[in-house]
Design a protein around this ligand. Structure first.
Ligand SMILES: Nc1ncnc2c1ncn2[C@@H]1O[C@H](COP(=O)(O)OP(=O)(O)OP(=O)(O)O)[C@@H](O)[C@H]1O
Ligand SMILES: [Mg+2]
Length: 575
């Protein structure tokens, strides 16, 4: 699983071949120039200082300056191109994950938290950037330097080299043992960060409810508790890391002290030159630092690896695989039929929301749907829009079984005004034009008039271009509904679905807007779910839904005569 995700990420990086080659060349020149400096040190000490030759000292310093020059130019190219690759890879991953999320079944969003998605698409993806930078930059450079320095150290003194090499496993072993633990902790820390984000998102989007019930303090305490748990896990992780640092210092400094000790004796005995000793220590420091750096990287990588898993989980969220579907609707009759349809929501598979329901909604008519709360009215619309798939029976539009139709083709014919319409941050105009962004200002204004929006917009200085705040906090409930209806009409649908779409309007306003809608939609179908029977009284046909089935249907007067449930509902409202 981990291996797969890393391979997957590597695939993204490898696409930037040209930049990668530049990075590798730069890394190589950085590493080699650093290694070569050690050799020059030996020449400087043995021939320059030891041999009293001023020209040797000059030439050594020129050489060191040249190597430092190569080192700095190499560092520039390394740093610049690694960061460019990282930014590009991360952006691509971000946009692919985002567009994948927009393709998964709506059902999957029942389990996903918005704050968690934001956290994965933001923080987690940025963390993956550090994985790429660390690997490309530090891991490769340190590995080259480690191998090079070990070889060069052996050239200077095999005996002392063995001494230094013993310390490397001492450094690496405990770390590899720790890394599994650190990874688990990193995962926990990320989950806790995401929970915090989800918590913030939820509390501030419902900030009015929070204030209304005086729950600010409770929310703050809850948040503090989460932060405490985050701090607890983060600090265990930091403790392990610091422990490792302390260990590394002891091992590296200790082995170098031993080298100086034994080396000094060797110099006195004449079996080693001072220059050899100086360059040996230089390489030993490089070996120690590179090995320590690699080991530290392993612990540092655990966080990004955990983040990688979380991002790929979203990126690879599977789509519901559908049998081959057609994008062609046969005929232009949009009569809707439910034939013995059974449906239970995936989260409650044992409780059918629709129970063997059969009904017919005629094309071009105004059809009302009534029934008690929870009887399955909204579910009918969700199924028609293919937000969910019914378990058995058949739903058809004209001659077309919706199972054989692509979701997009169905949704291109239907406009849906939800029971709780969504208003986006932006202006009134942008919210109406959401359904058809290319609509002209004139078209938007015409629809706005039909829906009575122009009347309330008149008093606003910026008219239709007034900002209405996140989720439309700056307009009333009824105004939100008008905007949502306008959005639906602008879509020019064949079928208009209204789910309690006018419930927040007063009787008179409701009557007016419904009249306007009927004129606008003449010849097309309107299906309106309503609790207030007065709003659908003069519908061509009314369907009465009860406990997931069709109880009866007919005109208002027919139903008053024949349907007991309808009679009761009507009477309740008269009172
Ligand atoms: N996403 C869901 N997951 C599980 N069960 C659901 C879901 N949405 C609705 N239900 C359940 O399905 C049943 C029918 O719900 P539906 O929303 O269709 O009722 P409704 O007739 O529109 O009611 P209301 O008039 O209150 O809007 C209810 O018992 C409800 O609890
Ligand atoms: Mg409903």
């Amino acid at each position: 699983m981990i291996g797969n995700n890393v391979k997957h990420l590597a695939g993204y990086v490898i696409q930037h071949t040209r930049s990668l080659i530049i990075v590798l060349v730069a890394l190589l020149s950085v590493a080699l120039s650093l290694l070569a400096i050690g050799f020059v040190f030996r020449k400087l000490v043995d021939h320059g200082l030891g041999g009293d030759q001023i020209s040797e000292i000059h030439s050594s310093i020129y050489l060191i300056s040249l190597l430092i020059g190569i080192f700095s130019v190499g560092s520039f190219f390394r740093s610049y191109f690694i960061n460019v690759i990282t930014v590009k890879v991360i952006s691509k991953l971000k946009s692919e994950t985002y567009s994948n999320l927009l393709k998964v079944g709506l059902v999957q969003f029942e389990d996903l938290k918005v704050g968690d998605i934001i956290s994965r698409l933001g923080l987690d993806i940025e963390t993956i950037g550090s994985l790429i930078i660390n690997f490309l930059s530090f891991f490769i450079r340190n590995s080259i330097m480690l191998c090079g320095a070990i070889i060069l150290m052996f050239i200077q003194s095999p005996k002392l080299s063995l001494l230094v090499l013993i310390s490397i496993p001492v450094l690496l072993f405990p770390l590899l043992k720790l890394s599994k633990h650190v990874r688990k902790l990193s995962q926990r820390v990320l989950i806790e960060q995401a929970t915090l984000a989800a918590n913030i998102e939820e509390n501030f989007s419902g900030v009015r409810t929070l204030y209304a019930y005086n729950q600010q303090e409770f929310a703050a305490v809850q948040f503090d508790n989460r932060i405490e748990s985050y701090i607890k896990h983060a600090s265990i992780r930091l403790k392990l890391r610091s422990l490792f640092f302390a260990l590394a210092i002891v091992v590296i400094a200790g082995s170098i002290t031993v080298v100086i000790w034994i080396g000094s004796i060797d110099i006195l005995e004449g079996s080693m030159s001072s220059g050899q000793m100086v360059s040996f220590i230089y390489y030993a420091i490089i070996v120690g630092m590179s090995a320590g750096g690699i080991a530290e990287l392993f612990s540092e990588l655990q966080g990004p690896l955990a983040a990688l898993d979380r991002v790929f989980e979203l990126k690879n969220l599977s789509h519901i695989i559908k049998p081959k579907q057609t994008s062609r609707l046969i005929g232009n009759n949009y009569t809707i039929k439910f034939d013995k349809v059974v449906f239970a929501y995936p989260s409650r598979p044992d409780i059918p929301a629709l129970d063997n329901i059969s009904l017919k909604i005629k094309h071009g008519k105004f059809t009302g749907i009534v029934g008690r709360s929870g009887s399955g009215k909204s579910t009918l619309m969700q199924l028609l829009l293919k937000f969910y798939e019914h378990q058995s029976g058949k739903i058809s539009i004209g001659e077309n079984d919706i199972k054989t139709l692509q979701d997009e083709i169905i949704r291109s014919k239907i406009a849906y005004v939800e029971q709780h319409p969504t208003i986006f941050s932006g202006t009134i105009r942008s919210n109406i034009a959401f359904s058809r962004p290319k609509a002209s200002d004139k078209e938007v204004a015409k629809i706005a008039e039909i829906c009575g929006i122009l009347d309330f917009v008149k008093s606003l200085k910026q008219g239709l271009d007034t900002e209405i705040g996140e989720r439309g906090v700056r307009v009333s409930g009824g105004q939100k509904q008008r905007i949502a209806i306008a959005r639906a009409l602008l879509y020019n649908p064949e079928i208009l679905l209204l789910d309690e779409a006018t419930s927040a309007l007063d009787n008179d306003s409701e009557k007016k807007i419904l009249q306007n809608i009927r004129v606008f939609m003449k010849g097309y179908s309107i299906i309106s779910i309503a609790h207030r029977i007065s709003s659908i009284e003069n519908a061509d046909e009314i369907l009465v839904i009860n406990q997931g089935t069709l109880a009866s249907c007919g005109s208002h007067s027919e139903l008053l005569r024949n349907s007991k449930i309808y009679g009761i509902l009507y009477k309740e409202q008269e009172n």
